[in-house]
Design a protein around this ligand. Structure first.
Ligand SMILES: [Zn+2]
Length: 355
């Protein structure tokens, strides 16, 4: 009988449930749905692999501000509270009130302020803190994202209290969110929040095995000598987020060598993936961290609707076993994974693969 994984979650994420997104100008379904978390929880429960700890305590703004700017945090709250009003203003200006449907999400206007010269930030900072339109904000978004961060924070504290492994069943995910930006379904960077909570123990490693590069986590810890960030992901020359994730991104002046990217081509199978993971685990061992945070994406599966890797359900048992064999205090933070019918089996395989 396997020891169940200590798991933190709550139901506030259900209040954040956009139904559509715009993909290069076309309306497509919103894959990042509440059913993802329900599928994982139910499968782990059915297999007796979960020790569930519902998390009610809400993380403080001061604690969030160790990872995100106060302006960004305030903007997320502002957009969430004002979303219905902002949308109505927009529709009224076009005379299109008849198109309002009652459960709208606000899709921020996107401007590439980080590469512009001479930009100024308006009072409400609109257009500054969200880098793409896959992160719409509605009235339920603020409670969902603060509680998602709270779940990760609670998981970090379980490790500080002596647990060897814990699982933060976070939703929305977080690894595309940087210090002052949201995007890619992500708002607050749950893994980075957990890593910052853990660093009172010493150096921390963050291993990102989501299919997509963890651009937000990379940006947060870019110049931080206390955190090693390693990401295994689809080649950014082919795949989102495109603008970063290459091997020559090795960290800032204060943290040279502490950012390691392992991009892999479309079609990557279990053999190539586990070979790369073994290298990443060697990097982590060499760094000798006090704890490990894993950004756990399940979108490397061959069936995932957003991805082009070829892992199978049983591959995840190998991944879980390899990571766990490091023997480090480890917090697993849920990131992506969009083949809802397989998510439960993947989680069972992953956590069941640990001794
Ligand atoms: Zn992903």
């Amino acid at each position: 009988m396997k020891k169940p994984i200590l798991t933190f979650d709550n139901h506030h994420h259900e209040a954040h449930a956009p139904t559509i997104e715009q993909l290069h100008g076309r309306t497509v379904p919103y894959f990042e749905s509440p059913s993802r978390i329900d599928a994982i929880r139910a499968a782990l429960q059915a297999d007796g692999l979960i020790d569930l700890q519902p998390t009610q305590a809400e993380i403080s703004v001061d604690e969030l501000a160790r990872t995100h700017t106060r302006a960004m945090i305030a903007h997320m709250r502002y957009l969430s509270e004002k979303a219905p009003e902002l949308i109505r203003q927009d529709f009224a200006s076009y005379g299109l009130e008849h198109l309002l449907m009652g459960d709208e999400y606000y899709y921020e206007q996107i401007f590439p302020t980080r590469v512009m010269r001479g930009y100024s930030i308006n009072e409400n900072r609109r257009g500054f803190h969200i880098f793409d339109n896959t992160s719409p904000v509605g009235p339920g978004t603020w409670p969902a994202i603060t509680h998602s961060a709270s779940v990760a924070y609670a998981g970090a504290h379980a490790l500080l209290d002596g647990e060897r492994r814990a699982y933060a069943l976070c939703r929305p995910p977080g690894h595309h969110a940087g210090r002052d930006f949201a995007g890619g379904y992500c708002f607050f960077n749950n893994a980075a929040i957990a890593a910052n909570a853990l660093r009172q123990r010493g150096k921390i490693a963050v291993l990102d095995i989501d299919y997509h590069h963890g651009n937000g986590t990379q940006a947060i810890f870019w110049d931080d000598p206390g955190v090693l960030f390693i990401s295994i992901h689809a080649d950014p020359g082919q795949e989102y987020p495109y603008y970063c994730g290459w091997p020559d991104e090795t960290g800032g002046v204060a943290a040279e060598g502490l950012n390691i990217n392992y991009p892999l081509p479309f079609g990557t199978d279990e053999a190539l993936y586990t070979q790369t993971l073994a290298r990443a685990l060697d990097d982590i061992s060499a760094y000798n961290p006090a704890a490990l945070v894993v950004s756990l994406g399940f979108d490397t599966l061959h069936d995932d609707p957003m991805a082009q890797f070829e892992l199978t359900i049983s591959s995840y048992a190998r991944l879980g076993g390899m990571i766990d064999a490091l023997g480090l205090p480890t917090l697993y933070v849920q990131e992506g994974g969009y083949h809802v019918d397989s998510l439960g089996a993947m989680a069972v395989s992953f956590f069941g693969g640990m001794d």
